[in-house]
Ligand binder design. Structure first.
Ligand SMILES: [Ca+2]
Ligand SMILES: [Ca+2]
Ligand SMILES: [Ca+2]
Length: 184
């Protein structure tokens, strides 16, 4: 049985990521979209542009973007289809594995406002603002991401979930819920 693009779970998640990332809604993802996302993180989490965490986040996104461009033959902006293909090509590339982890750690450090190495429910709520997620079930993701149920998302739980977002075909894993629940 062959899977079509619309039933392939990873493609569904990448399309969801594309829509969330295309912040000016022009139908393409470009560096300016990522700059707006970085700005939203900084304003939602009240982090100064010169803060070490702000710089790490910008560098993390720059590296991710350069990697996508590399896999999309150097286009300056990516259509939904190119974005999907570039992410897929990048995900089978081992150099990319470390890069996703680097970005995931930078995002975690931004979200962990009080620096206790865990994301509380309050800290997680800001994340929904960054991505303009208004789905009422979105806070369910917090409960799912907290896999050991201790009331907070540890760094380990967070990094594993980001990995699942890009690599797991199971739409019910916590990592598949970052942008709201998808159904087949
Ligand atoms: Ca755009
Ligand atoms: Ca915290
Ligand atoms: Ca936990």
């Amino acid at each position: 049985m062959t899977m079509t693009a619309t039933t392939d779970p990873i493609a569904l998640k990448l399309d969801q990521l594309f829509t969330a990332t295309d912040t000016d809604r022009d139908g393409y993802v470009g560096w300016s979209d990522y700059q707006r996302i970085v700005d939203r993180y900084l304003s939602s989490y009240k982090i100064d542009r010169n803060d070490r965490r702000a710089q790490a986040l910008t560098i993390g996104y720059q590296m991710y973007w350069m990697e996508l461009l590399r896999h999309a033959d150097g286009q300056e902006r990516l259509s939904k289809e190119q974005f999907r293909q570039a992410n897929r090509a990048a995900s089978v590339d081992t150099s990319r594995f470390n890069m996703v982890e680097g970005l995931a750690h930078a995002i975690f450090d931004v979200m962990d406002t009080n620096g206790d190495n865990a994301i509380s429910k309050t800290e997680f709520k800001q994340y929904l603002d960054v991505w303009a997620i208004s789905d009422p079930s979105a806070m369910d993701a917090f409960t799912e991401l907290d896999t050991d149920g201790n009331g907070e998302i540890s760094r380990h739980e967070f990094i594993r979930a980001i990995r699942e977002f890009f690599y797991s075909s199971d739409l019910d894993t916590p990592g598949s819920l970052f942008f709201g629940r998808l159904s087949r």
